[in-house]
Write a protein that binds this ligand. Structure first.
Ligand SMILES: CC(C)(COP(=O)(O)OP(=O)(O)OC[C@H]1O[C@@H](n2cnc3c(N)ncnc32)[C@H](O)[C@@H]1OP(=O)(O)O)[C@@H](O)C(=O)NCCC(=O)NCCS
Length: 131
């Protein structure tokens, strides 16, 4: 765990029931710092999106990025969120999590692998939660 991270203050906000889709928020002192979006098909969940806030906010597409707020990336929060997603999915009787890596693929793939995902082809993620 990164020493800059205050794990004790981190909370997760997930629905009790996961039917077709859901979003899990992570917060510090009740303030959202990121989320994971999942969809479900039977016992397979798809990680549609995972996002930890940085300090760039797009107000309008024509304006440059405004640097306001705090950067929460690279402090271990995304890892904690993904570990929570695994726990949540296991409790919801999901057997497999899939996904597609988008963005900085060369940085993201080692991260997903370190969290137990297999990478198929260029960017397809696959992780078994139970055998
Ligand atoms: C990917 C992301 C959720 C990780 O959360 P995080 O809290 O920053 O990650 P952690 O601190 O737990 O772990 C650090 C690892 O995250 C990845 N990471 C961090 N910032 C990143 C960024 N801007 N772009 C891509 N990967 C990033 C790297 O693999 C990093 O390890 P490294 O520093 O050795 O390269 C977060 O950086 C983010 O929201 N990125 C932008 C959205 C995104 O790329 N989502 C994934 C789409 S498949």
């Amino acid at each position: 765990m990164n020493s800059n991270m205050d794990k004790n203050k981190l909370t997760f906000d997930a629905p009790c029931v996961f039917e077709d889709g859901c979003r899990i928020w992570t917060r510090i002192d009740n303030k959202p710092i990121g989320y994971a979006t999942l969809s479900r098909n039977d016992n397979i969940a798809k990680l549609c999106d995972i996002y930890i806030y940085d300090k760039s906010w797009h107000l309008f597409t024509l304006l440059p990025k405004l640097k306001i707020g705090k950067n929460y990336r690279n402090k271990g929060y995304g890892t904690e969120l993904l570990l929570y997603v695994f726990q949540f999915c296991t409790a919801q009787h999901i057997d497999v999590i899939t996904g597609t890596v988008n963005g900085e693929i060369s940085r993201l793939i080692p991260w997903y692998k370190s969290l137990g995902f297999n990478v198929r082809g260029k960017n397809k993620l696959y992780k078994k939660l139970r055998s």
